[in-house]
Ligand binder design. Sequence first.
Ligand code: ADP
Ligand code: MG
Length: 324
Amino acid sequence: DDLINKIAAGEVVERPASVVKELVENSLDAGAHTVQVALEGGGLQRIVVSDDGHGMGREDAVLCLERHATSKLRELDDLENLVSKGFRGEALPAIAAVSRFTLHTAEPEAEVGTRVRVEGGGGLHVEDAPPRVGTVMTVEDLFYNTPARLKFMRRGETELKHVEEAVIRIALAHPEVSFLVEHGGLPLFTSPACPDDPTERIAAALGTDVHPHLFAVEERRLGLSVSGHIASPEYTLPTARGIYTFVNHRYVRDRGLIGAIQRGYQEYLPSGRQPLVVLFIDVEPHAVDVNVHPQKMEVRFADSRGVYDAVLAAIVRTIRAAPW
Ligand code: ADP
Ligand code: MG
């Protein structure tokens, strides 16, 4: 079962950025208004994610770290099934299996909180702790017990860039939540909640100089909506890394979607230049398969033609209508 857990860990926990992604998504699931991420050593030394969400009672705090994988995984089929589902309910045990893990949590009215420690997936230790509001997850010495994985880690700076990118992807989709990311005690990314003006979030995440160039996109069709913001063709980038697409609020990188966006800009951008785009495509849950390849963030639409047409039309219409 140790082997299975390590396989599981390898799938969920590729690098510090994947830990941060899982922990921050959990904080959002818990209804947090504020999420703080504090890092040391590019996240390899320490990752602390604190939230003001609904927290956990003692039973859940212990349960969420127990390895359901071992009992559920009997055959390779099960493993494949789990991989394709992105290991729902397996993230925390997988992270705790390859780090020194501490969870501190309390429910809103609780008189006492709970602290749980796990080292390398073993020796689960539970104790009373102050009843802080929400949850703090601390991940130290990531991959200390999986030297093969540790060898693949880049310099702290590189890992930090990946962490920053992971937070930006989440933060762009959640302007109603306040984010604070720091490394070595210095702020890296700070963005207060801005539910009424998501352009503030885009500026905080992708550069304040883009702010005056942003225009709202809004395209609604039957069972499909395309919304978000795009930068005027005056604001260009050398790569497609400024194109952020979300399907049902989940970050995706789909060639068809990116292609449709690029086609929309085609006659407006100098050749070799790319636009800055933050686009949300919302469809009925059954009209998209988000589990085609979770790690690669690919999706498959039931009506991909319809989606790409709508995206293309939305981009072109916005560019034509904008006063630039
Ligand atoms: P999943 O998110 O797929 O359920 P995880 O392993 O990421 O699996 O988390 C397991 C469970 O632990 C969650 O379903 C949730 O009940 C609880 N949990 C994790 N993080 C938090 C948090 N920050 N606040 C409250 N509950 C949490
Ligand atoms: Mg989770």
